[in-house]
Design a protein around this ligand. Structure first.
Ligand SMILES: [Zn+2]
Length: 348
């Protein structure tokens, strides 16, 4: 897998960037996993972690996520991983990040979600990261059911004044009928939150339709199943529903192999260029950069390797600002800054 050190540079590298689909817990790098485990008297070697971080399908990925998050036991652990992630984002010139926090996992482990979140927020707002603006998405875990999803939505609503901007759902896309989660999404919206949902990652196009029509999701996590349904792609284009594409993630979890029906699928088979051709709004993200050995610069490099022009790469980067959950005034300012940077880099 290309890493920051080996990937070819792109014109996007030095531009200010936004990242919208990024899981805090999925950013745990192997050496941090060793450090977290040691805090809780579990001795791990880098080889142990490497073995755990090697999986070939989506179930294996979920198991790894469950395993690595088992070392997140209190606010100080969440503070550590937030610091590490914020350092990475600043290095990559990310100026705005909507970071997903798996509140569902915290509840499952009977942790104090509010205390964890306070620690996360304090780190993200500290002086070293003053150039990075952060907003938060509280994520329910689908396989934990609709009651827990409602509890996550309630916490998200309560913590809006602390920077939670959206309620979302991830986990096992094939668990439980989508309609079960409608009350939680309706509640979140009534409380003034935005809504997002993972769909069409390992599920089919109907999963994306349901996330939009039953849950009212404004942005779809992945949505690569839309490659199999041109009418749906055209409808997303017309309705301006955003697909948050994460290239390396889809390869690592086997989602791309599943959606293309080709077990040997490579990044070259990713539908990102097809979506752009049909005018579907797409953003580019890392999803779980620690678990997938990637970063945002590498993702842009992969997008360039798919044949995207310089203009398309700039358009892709701009879309992340356009789809951000910020006030219209803040969005306007972010876009002004982004376009000024594009201009001064000679990209227009
Ligand atoms: Zn995700």
């Amino acid at each position: 897998m290309a890493t920051q050190a080996t990937r070819p540079p792109t014109p996007i590298d030095n531009l200010p960037k936004a990242e919208l689909h990024l899981h805090l817990e999925g950013a745990i790098l192997p050496h941090t996993a060793v450090e977290l485990a040691a805090r809780h008297d579990v001795s791990l070697t880098p080889e142990d972690v490497a073995a755990r971080y090697a999986y070939s399908d989506f179930r294996g990925f979920l198991e790894t996520f469950k395993w690595v998050t088992s070392f997140l036991r209190g606010p100080e652990d969440y503070a550590l991983i937030t610091r590490n992630l914020a350092e990475e984002l600043v290095k990559q010139n990310v100026v705005y990040a909507e970071i997903t926090v798996s509140a569902g996992v915290m509840l499952r482990r009977t942790q104090n979600v509010e205390a964890n979140f306070q620690a996360i927020r304090e780190v993200a707002q500290s002086v070293p990261f003053s150039r990075l603006r952060t907003a938060w998405i509280f994520d329910a875990t689908r396989q934990f059911g609709h009651d827990q999803a409602m509890e996550v939505a309630r916490l998200a609503a309560k913590l809006q004044p602390s920077g939670v901007v959206a309620f979302g759902m991830g986990g096992d896309e094939l668990a439980f009928p989508t309609v079960n989660f409608r009350p939680a999404f309706d509640y979140a919206r009534q409380m003034g939150l935005h809504t997002v949902c993972h769909a069409g990652e390992i599920g089919g196009p109907e999963s994306v339709r349901e996330a939009i029509e039953l849950l009212g999701a404004e942005r779809i996590g992945h949505g690569i199943a839309v490659m199999r349904d041109e009418a749906l792609a055209n409808s997303l284009s017309t309705r301006r529903v955003v697909l948050e594409n994460c290239l390396t993630s889809n390869l690592c979890t086997g989602a791309l192999a599943k959606q293309t029906g080709n077990p040997a699928a490579t990044l070259k088979d990713h539908p990102l260029p097809y979506f752009l051709k049909l005018g579907v709004p797409v953003t580019l993200s890392t999803d779980d950069p620690g678990l997938f050995h990637t970063d945002l610069l590498a993702e842009y490099s992969h997008a360039a390797a798919l044949g995207l022009s310089k203009e398309q790469l700039v358009q892709l980067a701009e879309q992340s600002f356009l789809a951000a959950f910020v006030s219209p005034e803040d969005k306007r300012q972010m876009l002004v800054d982004f376009r000024a940077a594009v201009k001064s880099a000679g990209l227009v």
